[in-house]
Structure formats: structure tokens, C-alpha cells
Write a new protein. Structure first.
Length: 91
């Protein structure tokens, strides 16, 4: 699926509080409290997630994965630090 095919569906994506959707250079990115929690590159078909920052971030990740019909098993988890250490926190 291409970005132009998915763009109309992104309008229906329910965003969590403080989540921001960015679309540029064939990439869809979602930041939550200034932390990138999701990025999908349609050129390479690579998906990166920052899973377990918070329950709210995980909810947003699951919503966009479902919308884009992507499987979590095929994503690269970029999360560092403790589980549920909240978006943007530093250890």
C-alpha cells in the first residue's frame, strides 16, 4: 500500500492527547509528548515503534498499526529504558 492510498484513511485515525501526526517524504510519523512513537517509511516498508513508553503511547501505536494493516511482529522496537517510563522521560 502506498502513502497516497492510505492518506484518506489517516483522517479517521483517533489521536490520543498530545499526539501529533506528521507526513513527509513518504513517511508517516506520530510523536507523543515530543517523543517519536511510530514511524513508517513507505519507500522501504520499514516500521519503527517506540513501544512501552506509556499505556497511552501503546494505544496510539496499536491504532495506527491497525489502520495501516501492519503487524507488530514486523516492527523494529526502538524503546530504550524501563518499561512504561513515560514518553520523553530520561533515565
Amino acid at each position: 500500500m502506498s502513502l497516497t492510498q492510505i492518506l484518506p484513511n489517516l483522517d479517521s485515525l483517533k489521536m490520543v492527547k498530545e499526539a501529533k501526526l506528521k507526513i513527509a517524504d513518504q513517511c508517516v510519523q506520530i510523536d507523543h509528548y515530543n517523543t517519536t512513537i511510530f514511524k513508517h517509511d513507505f519507500n522501504t516498508n520499514k516500521t519503527e515503534i517506540n513501544r512501552d513508553c506509556s499505556k497511552t503511547s501503546n494505544t496510539m501505536i496499536y491504532r495506527v498499526l491497525d489502520l495501516l494493516n501492519l503487524k507488530i511482529e514486523n516492527c523494529v522496537n526502538t524503546h530504550q529504558g524501563k518499561k512504561m517510563n513515560y514518553s520523553g522521560s530520561v533515565e
